[in-house]
Write a protein that binds this ligand. Structure first.
Ligand code: C2E
Ligand code: CA
Ligand code: CA
Ligand code: CA
Length: 277
């Protein structure tokens, strides 16, 4: 009877057990996955809305695990952050994206800026600026073709973030504030931090048919333009969203309506097609 009770207990808790076990498994597997080349990058075009022309790209990480299959960055990036592995993983992303961008430039494709997502844990690591400089030097990519996307979580440590962002700016690297409008301190950040671009969060774009959302978007764009910032909208899935954004003076965007993230070969083909090379 005792054994039975224990089984019942386990059964009752199996949902939690599964979640915890999967998390532990992912923690262990991230370490190996870097060495075993299980990560790849895909690239989503950033486009000029009125022409659809590619003006840049965002690198996004993908993980195909031999047993677990596809694991979303939404699941494993927070785990990598928690256990500190985001630092080596982020360096791999940076290196791979810069190397790829340089390779495209060398074969005569248009000179574009590649955007890389950077977590607050990386930005606040004492060697971050050194690492970025080293990657640029080793890949031969000029700083002006690299953009770093950060989120408002950098506000956790505003003095330190300001120093790092100013150092990055002095090297010539661009910075963008991701998911703009989603959090609580968006306006405060604009006032405090040296950034070049804001990315309007997908939630506003999703809801743009709603007049209230449209006026929010309009206000966000006005503020950004008043601060002399560039504006790009993310998650554009429909033509009408793009139209409303343009009417409100947002000239650039990203989203499935233009292109899903593509692997390097597909992205290069699209770029060649557009630039007649
Ligand atoms: P994010 O930086 O906000 O990236 C945008 C996400 O929206 C990407 O999801 C992209 O594939 C997706 N997306 C783009 N256009 C559309 C659209 O029209 N509709 C919809 N429904 N989705 C769209 P993904 O690749 O799954 O990445 C999710 C998040 O994971 C990213 O959000 C970012 O926070 C994080 N992430 C991805 N790659 C990296 C990385 O290399 N480093 C770090 N630190 N974080 C990363
Ligand atoms: Ca991003
Ligand atoms: Ca985003
Ligand atoms: Ca995000």
């Amino acid at each position: 009877a005792k054994g039975n009770g224990k089984n019942n207990f386990q059964f009752y808790n199996s949902g939690w057990n599964e979640i915890i076990l999967r998390k532990m498994k992912i923690e262990n597997e991230i370490r190996k996955a870097i060495d075993q080349n299980q990560f790849t990058l895909v690239y989503q075009p950033k486009v000029e809305l009125k022409s659809g022309k590619i003006v840049g790209m965002e690198a996004l990480i993908r993980w195909e695990h031999p047993e677990l299959g596809f694991i979303s960055p939404v699941e494993f990036i927070p785990i990598a952050e928690e256990i500190g592995l985001i630092v080596p993983l982020g360096e791999w992303v940076l290196k791979t994206a810069c190397k790829q961008n340089k390779a495209w430039q060398e074969v005569g494709l248009p000179l574009l800026c590649v955007a890389v997502n950077v977590s607050v844990r990386q930005l606040q690591h004492s060697d971050f600026v050194k690492t970025v400089s080293k990657v640029l030097r080793e890949t031969g990519l000029s700083a002006k073709y690299l953009e770093l996307e950060i989120t408002e979580s950098v506000m956790q440590n505003i003095e330190e973030s300001t120093v790092v962002l100013n150092e990055l700016r002095s090297i010539g690297i661009w910075t963008a504030l991701d998911d703009f409008g989603k959090g609580y301190s968006s306006l405060h950040i604009l006032k405090e931090l040296p950034i070049d671009t804001i990315k309007i969060d997908k939630s506003f774009v999703d809801d743009v048919a709603n007049p209230k959302s449209e006026s929010m978007i309009k206000s966000i764009i006005d503020i950004a333009l008043n601060f002399n910032l560039n504006v790009i909208a993310e998650g554009i899935e429909h033509e009408y969203q793009s139209k409303v954004l343009m009417e409100n003076k947002c000239s650039f965007g990203q989203g499935y309506h233009y292109s899903k993230p593509l692997n390097a070969v597909e992205f290069e083909m699209l770029l060649r097609k557009q630039s007649d090379i």
